[in-house]
Design a protein around this ligand. Structure first.
Ligand code: FHN
Length: 460
């Protein structure tokens, strides 16, 4: 009791102190590094990685291996037994951060707790965590924070604030029973329908509010108190969330005055960023908004050993250019395996993206949305440079005749440069267009960047 009192007093003091410093940062000051970053790594890691997309010899018949407990209606007892095999002895946070950094990623968001309620950190709110429930027995967020600090990468936490399939009392997003020939599945489906999506009686041992006070609120306080500067708090799926509880969670953010948060705590809590998922909005749709597309590399957030549907490096680089050309950030996901290593396909793609960023990252970092009309040969990003505008033209389809027509530019040309090439581009101004004459060969097979500097502003 005394310990709880002391912790609450400490948290109160921290909130009070932070509240005073909270006013020192404007939103633009908090968002500056994020708006310049443009590219981050999403990590979905937990006990589900140990199952790797199958249970009792049967493969999951749906995307989203991190949902396997729900999709297959695995009981709490059987799922918690899986944690006894979760022992990521090959987890090397320095390697993770180095691979993300090489890819050109400026921040990492990792699942501190996903919907299965398993905490990847030491928490006193529940024994269902990596320290108390696995042979590994160590918090994985602390060493990751240290590695991020060492390599100059920001670290944020994903937290499933309302769903928790193992701590009794939380909400559950109803999902069909797929992929597991359980003899009782008809009975389970009936129970699930009658019990707001829960499939195990042990999941309804307390009310939603009791669960929030006992687990979610204390854990969010721990994550915002025990890990140093948390760059981002990434809420997810506010199933059954009430305004009153959302406000309690939101108030905890005062513990980290610099923190950025998203729009998924609850509908009327907009946060700082919008979060289109697995999709890239059309140009202009998100003008003036801070937004981030989160996307899987294959078809699953959590590791699925059978999912080899990885997007090509070309598609991933085109996505990065497309998102940046619309003023957004790309939060690209990997799902580490149960042993702490990454799928080789993920490693290979991040390395290839890094090779491209080594030459072309100037066209991504700290850029703003394109001022040009839609381009059929690629994408454009821009930077203001004194009285000039720099246009970064990411050319996906290098013109066979060497002629690249850039619409919407009537400005005086200051200079051109082709990244990754010693060859020059020449220019010819037309009617609100510029025609570039380019060398025969594109310097990069995925996307080649031409830097076009013009005087004055470039308007749509
Ligand atoms: O249900 C989750 C899903 O597992 C994953 O975490 C994504 C990532 O944005 N969010 C939810 C689906 O919107």
């Amino acid at each position: 009791m005394k310990k709880l009192l002391l912790t609450s007093l400490l948290a109160w003091l921290l909130i009070a102190n932070a509240a005073m410093s909270q006013t020192t940062l404007t939103k633009d000051e908090r968002m500056q590094w994020w708006r310049e970053a443009r590219f981050g790594l999403f990590v979905h890691w937990g006990v589900y990685a140990q199952l790797a997309g199958a249970y009792n010899g049967e493969r999951l018949k749906a995307d989203g291996a991190e949902w396997i407990m729900n999709f297959m209606k695995i009981s709490m007892g059987n799922y918690q037994a899986v944690a006894k095999q979760f022992n990521p002895v090959n987890y090397n946070p320095d390697d993770w951060v180095r691979m993300a950094k090489y890819a050109g990623m400026k921040y990492i968001i990792i699942t501190a707790k996903h919907h299965d309620g398993f905490a990847m950190f030491k928490t006193s709110a529940s024994k269902w965590n990596i320290v108390d429930a696995t042979p590994y027995g160590k918090d994985v967020l602390k060493p990751l924070m240290a590695a991020c600090k060492k390599y100059g990468i920001k670290l944020g936490f994903y937290y499933s604030e309302a769903q928790d399939w193992n701590n009794g009392g939380s909400a559950v997003r109803m999902k069909a029973n797929v992929g597991w020939a359980n003899p009782d599945s008809a009975k389970i489906d009936e129970y699930t329908k009658a019990n707001t999506g829960h499939w195990d009686p042990a999941q309804t041992t307390s009310t939603f509010e009791e669960y929030m006070d006992r687990v979610a609120i204390p854990q969010v306080k721990e994550l915002l108190t025990n890990y140093g500067d948390v760059a981002v708090f990434w809420w997810d799926t506010p199933a059954g969330m009430t305004d009153e509880t959302a406000q309690k969670l939101h108030d905890l953010l005062k513990l980290q005055p610099q923190i950025i948060t998203n729009n998924r705590l609850k509908k009327n809590f907009p946060g700082d960023t919008q979060t289109p998922e697995q999709t890239i909005p059309d140009a202009g749709k998100m003008a003036g908004i801070d937004w981030e597309t989160c996307m899987t590399m294959n078809r699953t957030w959590g590791y699925n050993a059978y999912d080899h549907n990885f997007k090509s490096t070309e598609v991933l680089i085109h996505n990065l250019c497309d998102i940046a050309s619309k003023g957004g950030n790309y939060l690209l996901n990997i799902g580490p395996k149960g042993d702490g290593t990454w799928p080789q396909e993920s490693i290979d793609r991040l390395r290839e993206i890094g090779d491209w960023m080594k030459v072309n990252s100037e066209a991504i970092y700290a850029t703003k949305a394109s001022p040009l009309p839609k381009l059929d040969w690629g994408r454009c990003t821009q930077k203001v440079d004194g009285n000039n505008t720099i246009l970064y033209l990411a050319v996906f389809n290098w013109p066979k005749d060497g002629k690249l027509v850039v619409p919407g530019v009537s400005n005086k040309i200051v200079s051109t440069k082709i990244f990754g090439s010693a060859e020059k581009a020449t220019t010819k101004s037309g009617d609100n267009t510029v025609e570039l004459s380019l060398p025969a060969n594109a310097p990069n097979t995925y996307a080649s960047v031409v830097k076009l500097v013009v005087s004055g502003k470039v308007g749509m």
